[in-house]
Design a protein around this ligand. Sequence first.
Ligand SMILES: Nc1ncnc2c1ncn2[C@@H]1O[C@H](COP(=O)(O)OP(=O)(O)O)[C@@H](O)[C@H]1O
Ligand SMILES: [Mg+2]
Length: 389
Amino acid sequence: MLPSLYAEYEPRPHVIGILGGGQLAKMLSQEVFKIGMRTAIIEHGEDSPAGMMTSLSWGDGWNDREALDAFIEASDIITLENEFIAPEILQYIAEKRPVFPLSETIALVQDKFTQKETMQNAGIAITPFGACQEIEDVHAFGEKYGYPFVMKTRTLGYDGYGNATIRSASDIEHAWNAFRDPEAPREIMCEAFVHFTKELAVMVARNRRGEIAVYPCVETIQENHICRYVLAPARVDEEIATKAKEMAKRCIEAISGIGVFGIEMFLTKDGEVLFNEIAPRPHNSGHYTIEACYTSQFENGIRAILNLPLGSPEMKVPAAVMVNLLGTRSGPGMPDSPVDTLKHPHTIVHLYGKKECRKGRKMGHLTTCGPSLEEAAKEAYSAASSWIW
Ligand SMILES: Nc1ncnc2c1ncn2[C@@H]1O[C@H](COP(=O)(O)OP(=O)(O)O)[C@@H](O)[C@H]1O
Ligand SMILES: [Mg+2]
């Protein structure tokens, strides 16, 4: 199943192509340059955060065949920061260059229903879910599993776009019509509501020899369905953290994952860990690894696709808190002033260099390391609240 081209450490590719040029591609690129290689970037739009870092940059997107061919030609090996790439395009690329994660993995993951079916078949605990072809199927789901429940678009959902909480039967029609816009109707699925006590996440990197690095179990805090804070390690018993890490490892194996993956889970009050979703790429819940772990998720992601030995995913500090810096207005992508934020001595600020700021858009993040979660959180919240965007 695996291409043999780079089965051993050598020959070493020199140009890593990345599909997508946003902040994840930017932080991946930083690791690529660190090990003496360079990147090629293709994105819909010029001057993307990662596109700005390399002269091998195409702004016409992967649906433009000419741009795509030039990008492929420039790249020795290709990875992605965005799983929403049409399977036929990934297939086209994979015929010309090694692509990791494998296109088969992406096909299983990019549809949330197929993804959950795959995990369920692998014996992974998950809240009841079902695909809905007709609006009647949604009503039937509510009758069977009760209200509230969550209606989701099967594809193209992120940061909560594509999710609706259905509190009663009278909410169904509005949500259905919003997702079934005749211009671009989306396939729908429903999930029983999980009354979780915490949301957990674990990053996993796996190389082509099957070596695995499982990161610590962290706690993610969402506001309006968008990740706002990550606490590392999670405030859970060792037994729960181990359960989450084991689930994450099994998820990667279930999809023959090669690269780096983020696994989101729910913790219930009974101590049950339920799978939520998997991202076949670096993940927001793993940004803390840049400052807090021996090897960051981005570095291990690059090592994994190159089939290099993986670095330790262990934390090198007792605790870290990551805060997303979200846009509060429409305007230029550079902040008015980072000065007050930079006055926090154990806090590192990452600005993505996006051209435009929009309300709620992820414009950057900061990570504070500390001797305890309490102390790290105190400084991180102070730093984040001094942020002006
Ligand atoms: N079945 C569910 N029960 C309760 N909350 C949910 C459920 N599914 C999603 N959520 C909430 O919505 C957030 C975003 O949903 P998710 O499916 O992870 O979509 P996205 O692709 O936008 O990250 C989750 O992190 C969680 O807070
Ligand atoms: Mg999610």
